[in-house]
Design a protein around this ligand. Sequence first.
Ligand code: 13P
Length: 342
Amino acid sequence: MEDGESSGLREVASRLTAPGKGILASDESTGTIGKRLEKAGLQNNEEIRKAYREQFYTAGIGCSISGAILFKETLAQNSSQDIPFVDCLTRQAVLPGIKVDQGLAPLEGCEGETSTRGLESLEAECRAYRKQGARFCKWRAALRIGDSTPSQKAIDVNAQQLAQYAAIAQACDLVPIVEPEILIDGDYDIHRSSSVSQEVFQACVAQLWRHNVDLEATLLKPMMVMPGADASSKASPEDVAQATLDVLRRCIPPAIPGVMFLSGGLSEEEATVYLDSINKLALQQESRHWALSFSFGRALQASVLKLWVAEREGNAPAGKSKEMASAIAAANAAASLGQYVG
Ligand code: 13P
């Protein structure tokens, strides 16, 4: 992509990475959101999914949230006041985004590993989503750390797909979020997380170059560098911050305007404290080359869902879940500046 061609995209990337703001990931597929709703005792039907998501899109989140990633079903829905969700968001200066991958598929010859589906129809879908009001999009790859994984093939195939996706998204006037998620599952330590993250990020950036992707109009969405969920020793927030910044500094060009972390199974408090710690350290070390913010799903939603269920059952006052959605977003916005007070 030539310079100049993408100035509109760069402007969108810059709005998404505005200081003190982050992204709400609310693009769970019907199956994934269904598991969370069912765990909370609710049915997984369109009406309930819509009502649940409305809590966030009408919560007054615009001072902490720059963009919201939607699932395709939601992009076309209206609120209970019959206002398109896209308009509910844009009225608060929140940019609408869209998940464009179609989930994971087994990777041939690599047991337990995956690539991501959706490249065949991607261009047509991106064009349609852009017409529906989306300004940015997300593609998720997942890499698993095990004794002999991720394999070189999994790293290479996923990096290639992420870059192909990013190039297509930009050609369709959408800012791509590139998400090479390193899964939290496993007992690996922080050093292994660090070396795998490094390999994965280097492969992704090399492929972005190869596919002529405009880095200034691309955002990265990684997991923080930290031990797996079953590791015998936990890392302190300061260790996570140091390891994460070391890896980012080595691998991610400052031309990429934002590193928007996922929460990947961390608790709400952990995700916020780690993000805050990363920003505090980056400010101290003068190494804030990118916006270091959030694109959290579960870490912005878990408590809100519980409260919303309580509200529906008459066990909590109406409106409380919206207040909570806005308060959790504000706490993470503070963390994205290194100003979180727990
Ligand atoms: P989590 O923050 O729950 O990991 O969700 C972020 C996301 O969008 C995963 O693709």
